[in-house]
Design a protein around this ligand. Sequence first.
Ligand code: ADP
Length: 399
Amino acid sequence: MNILVINCGSSSLKYQLMDITNENVLASGICDRISLDKSAIKHKANNKKIEKQVDMPNHKSAAKLVFELLTDSEYGVIKSLDDIKAVGHRIVHGGEYFFNSVLIDDDVLAKIKDCSDLAPLHNPVHAAGIEACKDLMPNTPMVAVFDTAFHSTIPQKAFLYALPYEWYEKYKVRKYGFHGTSHKFVSQKTAEFLGLDINNSKIITCHLGNGSSICAVKNGESVDTSMGLTPLEGIIMGTRSGDIDPTVMQYIAKKENLNIDEIINILNKKSGVLGISKLSSDFRDLLKAEGEGHKLVKLARAAFAYRVAKYIGSYMAAMNGIDAISFCAGVGENAVYIRGMIVENLEFLGVKLNQEINVKTIGTKAVISTPDSRVKVCVIPTNEELVIAKDTYEIIKNL
Ligand code: ADP
């Protein structure tokens, strides 16, 4: 049974067609620079790759192109769109409406749009992606899978900001958390891998990519996470500041004559390791520059690792203990040296890294701590698309 997973970004549409019976990926790709110049599609299927520049003025034209390639005589993997049994859409923000994945109907779509205030860069394009697919395959069931849903178990004492309570009552101002599909998948895989009973476990998952977040997973449930009302809060990221004193905004507004929107834009897009290093948001570039003696890059890396270690420490307190720490996503799965720096700060707790295994572990599943380490440290490659496809299947299988 084929499930198509769609992940719409502001100017991109990522897709993966999966046979859910054996979890085989039949085709995958990305439409990039939608609505901009030089828009292009990269498509992979049948061990063949194709990359071409095509005009894509909007998400509907991108979806149309994807469907053409999926049914193409050379690069396609299905005969017609009827071979797609359901579409699973990744949705960043479910607000307080959605605590589980749901079948999309008009009411669900309206609520996804209603959460746009909370995720202005994401929810409007997710809605556009859903509408594009609905136009092109009106009879195919579609499911929304929310980044926020896994965090619905976070207790109020942890999700509430210490602000006037009416702001929560009136406007739902609270911590929501993101990367939920990844934290859910990686915590479950960690328990499986280590032979832990997930219902009696304390795991900290570190999703470190362009956007990064940490999650405290107790007995299989999220009990705290580093991102907040929006994906800006938490640890230092590629271009996002993470936690700051909000007064910085007022101070800089006066100094640089900027308004709130302009400052938030800088906190989202020009801060993080890019902001500190003045060079790049990409850890591969930073590693190269550090080798060439770039001082600010060294500082950016140290600040990033320090902040991650601090969050891990605080989540050990949040759960009153810890069995395992897992790293995932682009930086967590590949950046050997960053993992090393993070774990160095945790040695007092008896966390010991096996240096030899750590340096060999790039993009693969492994235990990277020593056998006598009091806490197991793992690398677990994440697979958000698989979670979305599985959730979609669970919801549509009895329709
Ligand atoms: P996202 O899904 O948030 O866009 P990813 O999980 O794909 O991000 O992570 C992207 C980041 O991973 C890149 O910006 C880069 O910094 C980092 N990365 C990828 N490969 C490596 C590597 N081999 N070494 C160090 N960092 C890497």
